[in-house]
Design a protein around this ligand. Structure first.
Ligand code: GRF
Length: 242
């Protein structure tokens, strides 16, 4: 068994969780998913974990007498799991500050828009895609970032862009974005575990109205990727900050 440990957090369908798990099974990610933390007993992610014998921790804040005891439980679970990386995959609760302090730069999240636009408290799900369409943006996508104490605000690691078409509905755009999420998230996790992806500042964000995708296409991901066939073959607009 691989020694690197991943803990995934999810609240919903769990399609990103599944994509990550499949990448582990395919040996694309050199790690094992030791546990799923979930806050929703109805989550598809929970069913998937159970059926694949991944340990589950169903931790529902409202089941605790107060915030402090909930946070203590979460902390003790994570200290026991000892993850190298905590991966938020559609987890809707805010990660307590104390957990962010215990795992600095070891918690990552995926967001269904090109952050810093359409990010922050209340920006999730279809409302993000609806706003992108209402604003007539020509480009959307997903962003992977480190988790800080502020919603959707930590340092950005990677973006993948998709075009927004005339006639798109929030649902059709969500589907196109998710296809990219399922490619980008495993790739970024693999990179974070196998080499140091360094961060730059986040001012070079893709322009929502610029249709020239070449601007955002990173041919090499970073210089050390030159010999990586998977990266060279990538047809999508993935931009990993390096
Ligand atoms: C994804 O779109 C992700 O960007 C966001 O939540 C959604 C989770 O979807 N954070 P799924 O549960 O992985 O299908």
């Amino acid at each position: 068994m691989n020694s690197k440990r991943l803990t995934v957090f999810a609240s919903g369908t769990g399609s990103n969780f599944k994509a990550l798990h499949q990448a582990v099974l395919n040996h694309e990610i050199p790690a094992c998913i030791t546990a799923l933390v979930c806050d929703n007993p109805e989550a598809g992610a929970l069913q998937y974990a159970r059926s694949h014998k991944i340990r589950t921790h169903l931790i529902i804040p409202s089941n605790f007498p107060d915030r402090q005891s909930y946070e203590k439980k979460l902390e003790s679970v994570l200290v026991d799991e000892a993850p190298d990386l905590i991966i938020l995959a559609g987890y809707l609760k805010k990660i307590p500050d104390r957990i962010v302090d215990i795992f600095p730069q070891r918690i990552i999240n995926i967001h269904p828009a090109l952050l810093p636009a359409y990010g922050g408290k209340g920006w999730y799900g279809l409302r993000v895609h609806r706003a992108v369409i209402d604003n007539r943006d020509k480009l959307s996508g997903c962003t992977i970032h480190f988790v800080s104490k502020i919603y959707d605000d930590g340092p950005i690691i990677a973006w993948a862009t998709v075009p927004v078409y005339t006639g798109d509905t929030p649902e059709s755009l969500a589907e196109r974005v998710q296809q990219q999420e399922h490619i980008l998230y495993p790739k970024v996790v693999q990179q974070l575990l196998t080499r140091n992806t360094t961060l730059t500042n986040k001012t070079d964000q893709p322009d929502h109205n610029d249709h020239d995708k070449k601007n955002y296409h990173d041919d090499n991901l970073n210089q050390s990727d030159h010999n990586n066939e998977t990266d060279r073959d990538d047809q999508n607009d993935h931009n990993t900050k390096s």
